[in-house]
Design a protein around this ligand. Sequence first.
Ligand code: GCV
Length: 701
Amino acid sequence: MILRMPLGLAAALSLLSLPFAARAEDGHQLWLRYPSAAVGRAGSAAISAPDTHNRPSLALAIAELQRGLPARARQGRFHLTTPADGSWPARYDGLGTDGFALSSRKLAGRTETRIAAKTDLGLLYGVFHYLRLAHSGADLGRLDLVSSPRIALRVLDHWDNLDGTVERGYAGASIWDWWRLPDWRDPIYTEYARANASVGINGAVLNNVNAKADSLTAPYIAKAAALADVFRPWGIKVYLSARWSAPIELGGLKTADPLDPAVAAWWRAKADEIYRAIPDFGGFLVKANSEGQPGPADYHRTHAQGANMLADALRPHGGVVMWRAFVYAHDNPEDRAKQAYNDFKPLDGQFADNVLVQVKNGAIDFQPREPFHPLFGAMPRTNLMMEFQITKEYLGQSTHLTYLGPLFSEALHADTLAQGKGSTVARVVDGSLDGHRLTGIAGVANIGANRDWSGSIFNQADWYAFGRLAWDPDLSPKAIAREWAAQTFSPAPKVVDAVTAIMMPSREVAVDYMTPLGLAHQMSVYGHYGPGPWVNTLARPEWNPVYYNRADAQGIGFDRTASGSNAIAQYAPAIAARLARPEATDEKDLLWFHHLPWTYRMRDGATLWDDLVRHYDRGVAGVESMQAQWQALKPAMDAERFEKTRVFLTIQRRDAQLWRDASIAYWQSLNHLPLPAGSAPPAHDLGWYKALSFPYAPGNP
Ligand code: GCV
């Protein structure tokens, strides 16, 4: 079938069929702006594609191509094909499900572009990739590429509560309108699905891991089913966080013991009920025996026994269990960083084949920098999936510009050495290291009801980067920043260069002003936003910053060598040997692994104290430089997005100073050391910083 229509009309029609932002530059259109200058003028595009009857993903692919085709590609011809539609080139046989091939050539002065995929969803991904190239200024006349996702399940975890709040959410209320679902299907759901599909995300866990059993009741299953219906053509499956004690709370059982036949039967019936409403339901995500949540350990059963019981219930339907390894217990005096490994490593090989153990990138909790979690590489007979946090609980939340591409990439490229050099975390996660087929990666979503979705324009880049790295963990964060900047602002090289130059160092800048040299979890009690290195009053020891910094008159840092908690022994022997010696430890991780005197000599000859202060100074200077770089971009920016980012950078500058000054004031109250030459004293005394209070910080549970 050849579709030929004036592109102006095509664009108008597709705008009618998809919800569209009336206000132009408030960030709502994300990276999918397709600037009207490029698509709004008359012209014609010829698209040959199979009949779309009963092929909703194919229909979406065609509509998206019509909607987004830039002026310079308008005279071309496009062919969309799958093997079922004939004329399938043998060289594409190796394409994975969801993968696509893009090729183009000039024929009689016209560009012929072929988008080929094994599935209609692959075609949709191919179209999005074509448009990504088109709006990033690529040469569209000589394309020849194939691309398949390396990881099968590319999932957003929403920590959204049924009352509309979002735990650790900094972009307003939840976008799920549970109250009016399933009747009212807000157009935002389609926009959400489209944005995710554009970067290859194919799953959404709808509710918070701190789950309410209500999500598993019939009315809420019907609500989830309505969302699943909207998401389906975009290739997105829904999953639910399951509360372990639901058989008691909903089923009236006396126990949730996974080995009790009545409990297993309850879950089987529940799974059957869900699949009747959502035939392609993805499965359950479970937080068990962690931070007060119930779990199998309440009945002296292991995580594997718990996960496998649920997996049995889902297996007949093709569902999976994503079982979180984020566990630590208040009554366990062991170093918190060691507890998940201690619990899970002995269970390697015991998890069912439709279980994925979901491991955070580091062993504590989404800090500005953490060494990779030692479970990666330590459980070769288990499907391990990665959990990143896209929402920036510990990285300045919505107002600090801290691009997470480098953080994600750093974790994925860490070498576990589990099977010699090159045993990267990415190869554990994509299954290639240990031959796993069921693979997954999750990102805790940073999406809310704010017009700009993520609480700031630049936070959108973290959502984007997560999707792109989930598709291909080897993509460079810089290349991702460039393509995001081109689509979000302008493909003009000057703009792309300048925006990328702001983004790339930004995470390191935040590390510098918050938690340099391997410090971690120094955030205040008020929503993990500002500084609180002195805090020692929280209910559990490992919730207190002093637990992590261990600072006193003599020194600072957490000894995780053999003379301390010996957490380093959880890594491969060659890594542990390196980490045993401070002088062989990467200085970025120094105080994560070592307790050192303030006078310890760093590699550059400076004392640890002087170096620490310089890092704080560098952090503040880094924000100043981001401000100046942004200011210089003003002529190239629309007023609305320019101003919002400008103001946010002002907030970030103020916060960076606060972080620096408060931290230094506290360390000085312990070590009484002078500041290095050229470093200004904190603006206030320690008491002033301690007295600051921010009781209504957003996102707190
Ligand atoms: C969903 C941290 C956060 C909690 C979060 C928890 C988790 O502790 O502060 O809000 O709870 O991680 O990942 O389960």
